[in-house]
Design a protein around this ligand. Structure first.
Ligand code: SF4
Ligand code: SF4
Length: 174
């Protein structure tokens, strides 16, 4: 299991072409998402997210009006304060809001810990989207692959899954 973030970034970048090939392989072979999810959840249990927090450094987190209300209640401030101090317009859809990001990550990140953990938005709760549920692997795999060089859970899950399904890269070897 690789958990060092620098090493994961290095390996993930080297394996970019291989992972693109793996995405095509998964699409072509109609693999069932459940086997990937089961494997990824097993890896998730072995990784300490509080020692990582890399998703909180790199994510763009959308927040709904309901989630802004929940943050306001949790922080015991009014919703306008949350909107003004903790969110920005979503550059891709200015009517929506995203959590503010600073150079050291999400506005609510303190060290490696989320200061609003109990009230964090759904996007944070769901990441890295490996829990068995509604998404198909085909729908998810391209966005998951983008996180392979940043998230230890996804990096190790993809490497294990390649091994499980007998994938042999033709383009690149590490
Ligand atoms: S709200 Fe919390 S879990 Fe979500 S990105 Fe910010 S620090 Fe991370
Ligand atoms: S979900 Fe992935 S990137 Fe986020 S803290 Fe956990 S291991 Fe790190």
């Amino acid at each position: 299991m690789v958990t060092d973030l620098v090493e994961i970034r290095r390996l993930g970048d080297i394996q970019e072409a291989e992972n693109l090939e793996f995405r095509r392989y998964l699409t072509a072979h109609h693999r069932r998402i459940e086997e990937f999810q089961t494997l990824a959840v097993g890896i998730e249990r072995q990784i300490d997210c509080t020692a990582c927090a890399n998703c909180c450094l790199h994510s763009v987190v959308s927040v709904s009006q309901v989630e802004i209300e929940a943050l306001a209640t949790y922080l015991d401030v009014n919703r306008e304060e949350v909107v003004r101090h903790s969110t920005d317009p979503d550059p891709e859809a200015p009517a929506r809001r995203i959590l503010k990001s600073k150079k050291d990550g999400c506005v609510f990140l303190d060290g490696n810990l989320c200061t609003v953990y109990a009230a964090r938005p759904k996007a944070c709760r769901d990441f890295p989207h490996v829990t068995p549920g509604s998404h198909s692997l085909g729908a998810r795999v391209s966005s998951l692959c983008r996180w392979v060089s940043l998230c230890p859970i996804l990096y190790n899950a993809f490497e294990s899954y390649k091994h499980r399904v007998g994938f042999h890269p033709h383009l690149h070897k590490v």
